[in-house]
Design a protein around this ligand. Structure first.
Ligand SMILES: CNc1nc2cc3c(=O)[nH]c(N)nc3c(CCc3ccccc3)c2[nH]1
Length: 371
């Protein structure tokens, strides 16, 4: 079963508190979802993700289709049995990855033909096949097969992508067989406000379990991204979840929540962790810098995470320099904790009607640190 309930709406913004009920547990929103494209959140085990408080993670149909194959996963009992993660899973349809990862690709109204980035084999994915793949993988929430145009794109290209995405969304709905998976539509439209509003209305008229704002966080400037949220969210039904794909940095989560977004995914906490960038309440720490070599302090003295309670910046600096894999794991754990606690703070500020004050304080302690 799948359900979404809005408990509370903020008075000073479009922020809202909700609960997403899935077959694999309930997730409090606004929520951040760690990305585990290839079936694992890099370097972090399901047990650690549970300890961090995450209840919903992302896998990627494109990657898992290419390897080990959706039929293999299905024969091994589906993603939950295969990966050992017993919380909720959302799989992306792969539309985005085909455009960002695959070599040689041809797109037509029928679907996409591309060469696997793994072995160069020719693959052909249609909306119907994208549904078949995601149904075999067995996630709790699956995404419609869409066309996410790379930016910058001219209005003609955006118009084409919107039309194809709408036609493919209809075909996904028609091809859906399982009744125990939620299907989200994806709004495209680039940075064309009128095309986005119309795309949202067209999707809503088809009727989905939730709606994703796609086609963003692909290189556009932040004000443009926020403006597209301002024109898209009002067209989406208040009682259905809204998912902003591929976003983002901590400030983007705060701004997205303020504009009515319930769900976020981004590789930032995990990828930044692996490149030595650590998040703190006053900004980011680049742990490989020499200034941390003798710093006995925690990454963030105000952070309560298992890493900050036990290890110094000097030790994490050493692990990074020594290319010890423990360093990548500890950096990732800390960042995932930071993102989880940011969302916990956001949720409780909405409950206490103090989200506006939280938003100001969030920026103030970053500004003070920079001054
Ligand atoms: C980083 N920025 C970013 N913008 C995106 C836009 C779209 C979009 O318009 N359509 C689809 N289908 N996906 C998108 C994604 C991928 C998100 C993802 C990655 C990995 C696993 C699960 C989910 C995006 N990611």
């Amino acid at each position: 079963m799948f359900a979404f309930r809005v408990h509370q709406e903020d008075v000073s913004s479009k922020a809202r508190r909700g609960t997403l009920a899935t077959r694999h547990g309930a997730i409090e929103t606004p929520a951040f979802m760690p990305v585990g494209s290839l079936g694992a959140v890099k370097g972090i085990s399901p047990a650690e993700l549970e300890q961090l408080g995450y209840g919903l993670i992302l896998n990627n149909a494109y990657h898992l289709f290419l390897r080990p194959g959706h039929v293999v996963v299905q024969q091994l009992g589906g993603l939950h049995a295969f990966t050992g993660w017993q919380g909720a899973i959302l799989t992306d349809s792969g539309g985005f990855q085909v455009f960002s990862l695959a070599k040689l690709r041809r797109i037509s109204d029928e679907g996409v033909t591309f060469q696997s980035h793994l072995d160069g084999s020719l693959q052909h994915v249609t909306p119907e096949r994208a549904m078949e793949i995601q149904e075999a993988l067995g996630a709790d929430i699956i995404m419609a097969f869409d066309e996410c145009p790379a930016l910058p794109a001219d209005r003609r290209q955006i118009t084409g992508a919107v039309a194809r995405t709408a036609s493919w969304a209809r075909r996904c709905l028609a091809a859906k067989r399982r009744s125990d998976q939620a299907l989200f539509g994806i709004v495209q439209g680039g940075l064309e406000a009128d095309l986005r509003a119309q795309a949202a209305r067209d999707l809503v008229s088809l009727g989905f379990d939730g709606y994703a704002v796609g086609g963003l966080s692909v290189g556009e400037d932040k004000p443009s991204m926020y403006r597209m949220l301002d024109v898209t969210v009002p067209e989406l039904p208040a009682q259905k979840p809204r998912y902003l794909m591929g976003v983002g940095m901590p400030e983007d989560l705060v701004e997205g929540v303020a504009r009515g977004i319930d769900m976020f995914d981004c590789v930032v906490p995990t990828r930044h962790g692996r490149t030595g960038w650590l998040f703190t309440r006053t900004g980011r720490v680049l742990i490989k810098q020499a200034q941390y070599a003798r710093d006995a302090g925690a990454i963030d003295p105000e952070c309560g995470c298992p890493v900050c309670c036990r290890y110094s910046r000097a030790y994490l600096h050493h692990l990074y320099q020594a290319k010890e894999m423990l360093g990548l794991r500890l950096n990732t754990l800390h960042n995932l904790w930071y993102f989880a606690s940011l969302m916990r703070d956001i949720r409780s500020s909405i409950e206490q009607r103090t989200f506006a004050a939280f938003r100001q304080a969030f920026y103030r302690c970053r500004q003070e640190a920079e001054s």
